[in-house]
Design a protein around this ligand. Sequence first.
Ligand SMILES: *Cc1c(COP(=O)(O)O)cnc(C)c1O
Length: 232
Amino acid sequence: MSNEIHNRLYKVRQRIAAAAYRVGRNPEDITLIAVTKTVDTEAIWNIYKLGIRDVGENRVQEFRAKYAKVPAALRWHFIGHLQRNKVKHLVGRIFLLHSLDRMSLAEEISRRAMKQQAVVRSLVQVNVSGETTKSGLAPDEVPSFCKEVAGLPGLQVEGLMTIAPYGPSEQARPVFRELKELARKVDDEAGVTMRYLSMGMSNDFEVAVEEGANILRIGTAIFGPRKSKEGL
Ligand SMILES: *Cc1c(COP(=O)(O)O)cnc(C)c1O
């Protein structure tokens, strides 16, 4: 099992590097998050030993179950839809929230973070493709949202995240391109520095690298197919 993970991770890293070189980028500027939803803690230890330092979960309950059982040096990314009543479980424990998608959530995060004298670094989730099944703000709402959130003391917006529609990877290209363009607009018009672009999953990460992603969220290409479809 761990040998399979080793081989898959090796290939994923090679493909990331090749995609980066194709467009003149340094692969070291790209953070690979291993998405560990439905994956047991033993497999998380395995990837840690293979050099992975960033892991992502999309459910608070699962995050809480694993958090204390894996190396403390891991940086946790929360990538799923977040309910306000669960914010308290994440503040002070995650490196980055990828799924900030509404003001009521931003306010609750800020309030909780203030209490703990913490700052929650966050990415705004954008629904570029407009699929009704997906969370995220519409692109035209993003600049003003970022500006408003920048005024909250307990939260820092550092970039954008999107999920491309499932399908052939080339279909994701215009989606990724639009997210990058939007980040530039937020930088220019809202004056909020966009440091991170979180885009690209198992199905489309090479295209994401070519289009400027500096955070990739990859599950199945590292761990193999998930037994359940939970959370996606
Ligand atoms: C599950 C998930 C991923 C990883 O998906 P794979 O196709 O397994 O690589 C990435 N981002 C989010 C938000 C997810 O929920």
